[in-house]
Design a protein around this ligand. Structure first.
Ligand SMILES: *Cc1c(COP(=O)(O)O)cnc(C)c1O
Length: 225
């Protein structure tokens, strides 16, 4: 199937109110432009360098989301233009984003990435750490960021029950944070990728990150800009 058919099929499957982040990592700007021309404005990349190379070559009204692990020393490169950083996994990183956002005179939207997978390798905050950061933020810390929601990645497995359990855990935390009666509320619950986004939506996701189901399989052997 073509990129156009893939995109239209996925787009058509999403209930109203569910945001699609088209994950374009490893795919060339020509493919991104094609999806943009179909009306998609929100794209996700996981590497700063790749994003920096693609950003000047594409329409400036694209809302770029960073979805991969971000080192604090790289925040300054994307701070002038990034729409949302979905992968905030430490207080140190949030502090740095706030600082760079202030320098650029803007508010950067972020999601707190919470560890829900059973695997050791996945980045993310523990639920208690996410709660603490959200409390500090609610009390006025980090004035140049807007914590808009939570992001999570399920375990890489075929076990649907396991994935569902992990998604529901994040949905519960999302509800819990919104019931703390803080001044701030979370809007976005980002979970689900090509293989599991329908299940994620069933479990309460209102933003999904879909790559290969739109753009095709990723080829890491060549550098695609
Ligand atoms: C690559 C990636 C995706 C998209 O994965 P697909 O399986 O290709 O849809 C989603 N989220 C994150 C964090 C990713 O790194």
């Amino acid at each position: 199937m073509s990129i156009k058919e893939n995109y239209q099929r996925i787009h058509g499957q999403l209930p109203q109110g569910v945001q699609l982040v088209a994950v374009s990592k490893t795919h060339p700007v020509s493919a991104i432009q094609e999806v943009y021309n179909l009306g998609q404005k929100v794209f996700g990349e996981n590497k700063v360098q790749e994003l920096m190379e693609k950003h000047p070559l594409l329409p400036q009204d694209i809302q770029w989301h960073l979805i991969g692990h971000l080192q604090t020393n790289k925040v300054k490169y994307i701070a002038p233009f990034i729409d949302t950083i979905q992968s905030v996994d430490s207080e140190k990183l949030l502090t740095e984003i706030n600082k760079e956002a202030e320098k650029n005179n803007r508010i950067i939207k972020v999601l707190l990435q919470v560890k829900i997978a059973a695997e050791e390798s996945k980045f993310g905050l523990e639920a208690s750490e996410a709660k603490n950061l959200f409390r500090q933020y609610s009390n006025g810390q980090f004035p140049n960021v807007e914590i808009t929601g939570l992001m999570g990645m399920a375990t890489f497995t075929d076990d649907q029950q396991q994935i569902k359990k992990e998604f529901l855990t994040l949905k519960e935390l999302f509800n819990e944070l919104n019931e703390l009666n803080q001044l701030k509320t979370l809007k976005t619950l980002s979970m689900g990728m090509s293989d599991d986004f329908p299940l994620a939506i069933e479990c309460g996701a209102n933003s999904v990150r879909v790559g290969s189901a739109i753009f095709g399989k990723r080829d890491y052997s060549k550098q695609n800009i």
